[in-house]
Unconditional design. Sequence first.
Lengths: 365, 365
Amino acid sequence: MECRFFSSKCMTMSEIAHIEKTNSSQLSSFRPLVEVKSTPRFCSCRGMSAKASHSSTPNNTYVPKKALSSVDEEKIGAGNLLYQVNGTNSSLFSRNLRMLDAFDDEYGGVIVDSERLPANPNVFASMLRFSISHWKAKEKKGIWLKLPVEKSDLVPVAVKEGFEYHHAERGYVMLTYWLPEGPSKLPANASHQVGVGGFVINENNEVLVVQEKYCAPPFSGLWKIPTGFIVESEEIFTGSVREVKEETGIDTEFVEVVAFRHVHNVAFEKSDLFFICMLKPLSTQIMVDDHEIQAAKWMPLVEFVEQPLIQQDCMFKRVIDICIARLGKRYCGLSVHQLASTFDGKTSSLYYNVVDSQHNNCIGN
Amino acid sequence: MECRFFSSKCMTMSEIAHIEKTNSSQLSSFRPLVEVKSTPRFCSCRGMSAKASHSSTPNNTYVPKKALSSVDEEKIGAGNLLYQVNGTNSSLFSRNLRMLDAFDDEYGGVIVDSERLPANPNVFASMLRFSISHWKAKEKKGIWLKLPVEKSDLVPVAVKEGFEYHHAERGYVMLTYWLPEGPSKLPANASHQVGVGGFVINENNEVLVVQEKYCAPPFSGLWKIPTGFIVESEEIFTGSVREVKEETGIDTEFVEVVAFRHVHNVAFEKSDLFFICMLKPLSTQIMVDDHEIQAAKWMPLVEFVEQPLIQQDCMFKRVIDICIARLGKRYCGLSVHQLASTFDGKTSSLYYNVVDSQHNNCIGN
């Protein structure tokens, strides 16, 4: 598998995401020789030297993009192109007609330029077919083809040529083609969703609890801690504070992740990581979110624990036991530490506990 | 946001995944009235009462699926269908022709039956258009449309009718349509990839380290711990052991997660959670994986830490400091505990530390 952290090994996905971003701005200005400037990445050292030469000219002769782009080619018409694809004419003109704009990646693969795709499915089919045969001859490995939603006409064409879906976001679908024999070694799609729960307890030993608005009969009446999914690029420590605020109106401060749960096949066969966070209340006045929450209140800890639905469930009970142990200083959760790495120039969040910080300067925050 | 854990609130995605799985077996046997039997879910109580009535009959009159399916309709031809879509014939026959097979979900939405889609794009276009207008009239909310790769011809049709991509896996793309005004409230796609690193140290205070085979110059020569991504539905504790075994041939036993790192925008704008695991070696003889690894060895801890690339990077250094503190018993990581929950009948992994297990039976494993 792809390696990361402590790693001099790269992440293909990371590199591709980076190349895509870089290209979109660079290509639009029609620079003569496109050089992808990679910022160093903590987890992907190969990504740092990403080679991004155009592969639209089979013999590596440079052809100014402005002179002959996929878009220009299209004006000439599919019929003309189809003829040339099967022909042997090796002039600069016909050679350029037949290949999709693309970049080599550092793994022996190719990234098709999603900003320079032809709109006409027939033109695309011909170019794609010719490109694949060229890439095969060059012993290329993985082909990455990102089709924006406005080019959805090209999806069935790519599938017919052997591409598979890799992942999709609202605005595009990414397809891949693994050219060598044997199973694809391309990195997998995102595999997890991440949720957070906020355990908020005040000085009177009361827990902040909510009742969901829409609830199946077996669970109606259950008082639970506020929970939710973190949103794109959100931190666990901010996500837990946000969820509590949204559902109850209570301001809190993140203290620690006290435990996390890992479970599989919960959503479209994806896995789920759920972080239980200890939060310190900064306000007292509850304001319920009418959309999601039926009621919220401060509930005595004993009463909260004694709910039959919690007593009957060993997972629920264990989590509450952990939170109680944490309150009694018999437990140390993981606090968050923002650290930059010179490897990618990025600041990330490292969660770890500090048991003996007074005597061990190494791991103090 | 959707809530989970301690939660009586449901996960739409979870429910849908479940309904899909259940339907695929139930529908193929053409049961007269399809009832989706939901197993209780730890995190989705609304999912437990998922209503799965067919919405292919606008007035809820039951029409046996075998008698008139989308597939049968297709045999009649697109032209005939198109006429009827715009016509006013309200007979059972024509009404059934015009709607896609679908199920109501518990959130006021609709899940199109992906196993009973017409193959002909024109037929599909007409049925989809008619279905959307019907669902709008019924004030439905989110529409879920899963198109298998072999029905990729239907993708541009759905996009033209207003559908957006939601996510994709190798064999299908999922599209959604949020019918009400305002932004979609459908749950998001998976947001994270999850990696693991194995810190393995033997009785001689030597760390198990590897050199990657393909490495950009700035990192050539760096000795690092074995790392990798966990595969679909794999546990963190088994994934870390597997990666170490694959890269070095060393058998290990999982001890603890000592820390984890959270970083964003690493792959297709997804986030990354990386778990540093302390592992206990069970063998000594190294066998290098030739595909990924250049070299592997047992390296004195002092030598490992003193590598300039590690000394210069505060993230690397901090993680090693944590591992060293753990070795000196000045740190407690999170051990894994397999727990079943009566809420979903599932066993999942709960990671937490046990600081004072002798005096606190509640949280002992």
